[in-house]
Design a protein around this ligand. Structure first.
Ligand code: SAM
Length: 249
């Protein structure tokens, strides 16, 4: 078993991760975008709501999904390399490869009403250093996302639980949230995933692991299973993705 601190997160190769996962729109992300879009559009938010995306890595689509509803979005990241990547990417003020992701969101008029989403993201998003296992919040957010992380930062089940519960603790009571996970994410003989030349840890989890960790903290949870695309799976040998949305208690 290897805990989170055993890995070189500051050397995470953000561009390699982006190219592997988000240079184009995979079927799985397409499905996730639609579910997140429809869930968020069914919520009501106060003007000036603040969103948080935990451990953004080099994935901007959770932040884009929150954009119409938030005047500020905090991107909390542990890895120095990913923080640098995020700040540099946001400063560009245009969508680039994220445009294909935005187009799925913009099938809904709420998203279409956002003028210049790349520029809007630049002005509303702030990148902050954060350790989800150890940092304690002195503020709470109105809406939150955490994509492919609690299961992808450790092989220690206790740390998985801590990450989930710490994420919920970042949100105000009644706040909507969305989380995604790789299901039983093991590649070959090694429980983990490669980014560039480095390997990072992953934990085999199923829906009931998420449910068990969170049942006392959330309401109205709804789970979705995202099957691997038969003709174009994101990775070899993975069995699917889990998405859960709901509200904090
Ligand atoms: C598999 S990546 C997920 C990135 C992105 N959310 C996505 O959807 O593709 C895992 C992320 O967790 C971050 N991370 C690792 N340990 C962390 C910790 N203790 N606290 C916060 N983030 C951490 C890494 O830097 C990396 O960005």
């Amino acid at each position: 078993m290897a805990g989170n601190s055993a890995y070189g997160w500051d050397a995470f190769d953000s561009e390699a991760y982006l190219n592997r996962n988000y240079a184009r729109l995979h079927n799985e992300d397409h499905k996730i975008l639609k579910i997140v879009r429809d869930f968020l559009c069914a919520q009501s938010f106060d003007v000036g709501a603040r969103g948080v995306d935990v451990r953004s890595g080099s994935n901007l689509y959770p932040a884009l999904a929150m954009l119409p509803f938030c005047s500020e979005i905090s991107l909390l990241e542990f890895s120095e390399a990913n923080r640098k990547w995020l700040s540099g990417r946001l400063a560009k003020g245009y969508l680039g490869n994220w445009d294909i992701f935005w187009r799925v969101l913009a099938e809904n008029e709420v998203y279409r009403a956002v003028q210049g989403p790349g520029e809007q993201l630049r002005t509303r998003a702030t990148v902050r250093e954060w350790d989800i296992l150890r940092s304690t919040p002195d503020e709470r957010w109105d809406l939150g996302t955490m994509f492919f992380v609690a299961d992808s930062i450790t092989t220690d089940r206790a740390e998985f639980t801590t990450a989930l519960r710490q994420f919920i603790a970042l949100l105000k009571p009644g706040a909507p949230f969305v989380m995604t996970f790789m299901e039983n994410f093991s590649t070959g003989n090694f429980n983990g995933y490669k980014v560039g030349t480095r390997t990072f840890p992953a934990l085999d989890i199923v829906e009931s692991d998420v449910e068990d960790c969170l049942s006392d903290l959330i309401n109205g949870r709804e789970f979705h299973h995202i099957d691997p695309a038969a003709d174009d799976p994101i990775r070899d040998g993975y069995v699917g993705m889990i998405l859960v949305h709901g509200h904090t208690k």
